[in-house]
Design a protein around this ligand. Structure first.
Ligand SMILES: CC(C)(COP(=O)(O)OP(=O)(O)OC[C@H]1O[C@@H](n2cnc3c(N)ncnc32)[C@H](O)[C@@H]1OP(=O)(O)O)[C@@H](O)C(=O)NCCC(=O)NCCS
Length: 182
């Protein structure tokens, strides 16, 4: 039987476990390093997936930039829970949060573009993301040799089942997936 996971907004007490979850992917160059202090300061960006044993199975962040733009960051699923739809559910929850906050453009810089394309994102170019360039990229030592692929979703063009909610501000489980509009 597939284990069931609870998705919920992250709490400060999740920061240490989130940090540990991210470390193997940071070591592989798949995620940018985030210190425990950074995680605490930005914990409201994060949604986590909790396994039946109470441990974190995954997590990801939605970081707001200028105007109506937000970035999916630090998306990670523990290797033993891969391929069970958890990464997709985390992105769905982050997109629901984007809609609630009226961030209509959501992008990611990723080594896994195909994963995002399946969820309704399209490829873009960095020139379309001036907020990211000026906020982060220009100060990044990897700028000249960046291997990350930019992808973007137009939140207007995605439809959300009526009952779906990010659950931010409530303890409701985040069960409803987003679907790409056809
Ligand atoms: C990317 C990641 C979050 C996906 O999590 P997951 O729970 O395995 O994803 P899902 O089960 O929802 O996968 C949905 C589909 O995407 C595919 N997929 C998953 N990871 C993928 C990857 N890295 N590249 C391409 N496709 C991927 C799966 O094969 C699956 O397709 P299928 O249904 O045909 O088998 C996870 O692989 C991970 O933590 N990767 C390391 C960190 C990382 O690269 N994060 C993204 C940076 S923004």
């Amino acid at each position: 039987m597939r284990p069931s996971f609870q998705l919920r907004p992250a709490r400060l007490y999740d920061a240490a476990e989130l940090h540990a979850l991210q470390q193997p992917f940071v070591a592989q160059g798949l995620l940018l390093p985030r210190s425990p202090r950074y995680l605490c300061e930005n914990i409201r960006d994060y949604v986590v997936a909790v396994a039946p044993d109470g441990r974190l199975a995954g997590g990801g962040a939605l970081h707001f930039l200028d105007g109506d733009v937000a970035e999916v960051q630090s998306l990670a699923v523990a290797p033993r829970f891969r391929g069970a739809g958890l990464g997709s559910r985390l992105v769905s929850a982050l997109l629901a949060s984007a809609r609630e906050h009226q961030a209509w453009k959501v992008f990611a810089l990723t080594h896994a573009p195909e994963f995002f394309l399946r969820l309704g994102f399209t490829r873009t170019v960095m020139a379309e993301l001036p907020q990211k360039l000026t906020h982060d990229c220009l100060g990044c030592p990897k700028l000249a040799n960046c291997q990350q692929v930019p992808v973007i979703a137009d939140v207007f063009a995605l439809r959300l089942p009526a009952a779906a909610s990010s659950g931010f501000g409530a303890e409701a489980p985040l069960e409803q997936p987003w679907e790409a509009a056809v």
